[in-house]
Design a binder for this molecule. Structure first.
Ligand code: SF4
Length: 188
């Protein structure tokens, strides 16, 4: 699929910003993994998060097996940014949109790696580590869990992530095996 075809297909989606990226521009940082390990309550609780996803180096090599990426954001307003329950409840819409955009790429590309935001919440109780993931085709590993400095990647791509008071910005990253054309940036 050509980049223009993807751009034409997503015009009807509520995407805030997007960019076609090169894999070499993804900043992998051990510091991000350190934050997961020391500050995130989801560390060691899900197949979508470390340590289940492997070391940062393993995540980097997995990503480097792809030829390009499509980074995009959506934005949602909440009444209180400190209210984690309300904030996380807005993520579902973003994840569904991510799966719809994934489908656009699947039509043209045989293999994808799709990363999204936060820990997977498809099941009330994750099977990790006792049994395989129940929905491996729907589960979206977390970008930060891969050791990706999401704000750094956004800055490199010219994507805004501080969108104002009470506005949550959700990110997803779709890696594909076939190059679409010269990577670049676009905004809807
Ligand atoms: S789909 Fe279910 S089993 Fe798989 S990572 Fe998500 S919560 Fe865990």
């Amino acid at each position: 699929m050509k980049r223009q075809d993807i751009e034409a297909s997503i015009t009807c989606f509520p995407i805030c910003d997007y960019a076609f990226i090169q894999i070499k521009d993804i900043p992998f940082k051990e510091e991000v993994r350190h934050i997961c390990r020391t500050e995130c309550p989801r560390y060691g609780k899900s197949w979508s998060c470390p340590p289940a996803v492997g070391t940062v180096e393993e995540c980097r090599s997995r990503c480097e097996a792809y030829e390009g990426g499509f980074l995009f954001t959506t934005m949602t307003e909440v009444s209180d940014m400190e209210n984690m329950e309300e904030l996380l409840s807005t993520r579902k819409e973003h994840e569904e949109l991510t799966r719809r955009i994934k489908d656009l790429f699947i039509k043209q590309h045989q293999e994808l790696l799709v990363l999204s935001t936060e820990s997977c919440a498809l099941c009330e109780d994750c099977t990790w580590p006792d049994a395989p993931c129940r929905f491996p085709q729907r589960m979206l590993p977390c970008m930060e869990g891969y050791g990706i400095l999401v704000t750094g990647l956004a800055e490199r791509c010219g994507i805004t992530f501080l969108n104002g008071n009470n506005l949550v910005t959700w990110f997803s990253l779709i890696l594909y095996r076939e190059a679409l054309e010269e990577p670049g940036t676009g905004k809807s």
